[in-house]
Design a protein around this ligand. Structure first.
Ligand code: ADE
Length: 246
């Protein structure tokens, strides 16, 4: 199975470049695609940049130009639930584009694909399982003291649930409440997953999204995000990505 691995920011996945064997780097448009194998498994890794357009463009290239069999996204998200703490990890069972509003078109006759009535994309069970296995392996090794670089007190809880996507960094309680009022099922919010899930649905390939909570999507979100990004994220997300290839 050839995996298209995507991260929005350098810190989230790019260190994995050192693990890729038989590495070939392809420059296509604005992006670099890192193709090779990890533990004998084929991978093409790419940095998407922020937001749904960037994510969709990257995912489409991975499917059409590199023929990947699955898409995997790993990155950070803001918590939308009280019991979801900074550092916790969410594996998506569905992706919802929370900023799409077609309510005024309700009942409008819909045509067939590529149009969607709901911007809600379920994650296939097999893809969920593969992602969850990697995350569980990560916490198992973490508790076994295998990671020197990660803070000793880091003890994340793993959640499986709905992840929201919108083209906004949510950093106020007011904006957060608006999303939660409309979609109380959302665990966290980010800016790419729902777009990758839509491309995956277009092309009928499985996709997994794994998010590590960096902030509470409130007034402190920017500081919390920056702290997390520069201190810990590379070690955590790159390790989880690595474990997708064991
Ligand atoms: N990614 C990490 N934190 C986020 C937030 N608060 N809003 C959107 N995307 C995020």
């Amino acid at each position: 199975m050839k995996t298209g691995l995507i991260g929005a920011m350098r810190e989230e996945i790019l260190l994995l470049e050192h693990d890729i064997e038989n590495l070939k780097i392809h420059e296509i448009g604005a992006r670099k695609f890192y193709e090779g194998t990890i533990n004998g498994k084929e991978v093409v890794m790419c940095l998407s940049g922020w937001g749904k357009v960037a994510a969709a463009s990257t995912a489409t290239s991975l499917v059409n130009l590199f023929n990947v069999d699955q898409l995997v996204f790993i990155g950070l998200a803001g918590s939308l639930m009280e019991n979801l703490q900074v550092g916790d990890i969410v594996v998506a069972d569905q992706l919802i584009q929370h900023d799409v509003d077609l309510s005024r078109l309700d009942g409008f006759p819909m045509v067939k694909a590529p149009f969607y009535k709901k911007f809600r994309f379920p994650v296939r069970k097999g893809a969920q399982r593969r992602a969850l296995e990697a995350v569980k392996q990560f916490t198992y090794k973490l508790h076994g003291g295998e990671y020197d670089g990660i803070h000793q007190e880091y003890n994340p809880t793993i959640h499986i649930g709905a992840i929201g996507t919108g083209d906004q960094f949510i950093a106020s309680n007011k904006k957060k409440e608006k999303i939660v009022d409309e979609y109380p099922e959302l665990f966290c919010t980010e800016m790419e997953g729902g777009a990758i899930a839509q491309v995956a649905a277009d092309y009928s390939v499985p996709c997994s999204v794994i998010r590590i909570i960096s902030d509470n999507a409130d007034e402190d979100a920017h500081d919390s995000f920056a702290r997390f990004l520069f201190e810990d994220i590379s070690k955590i997300s790159v390790e989880i990505a690595r474990l997708m290839f064991v």
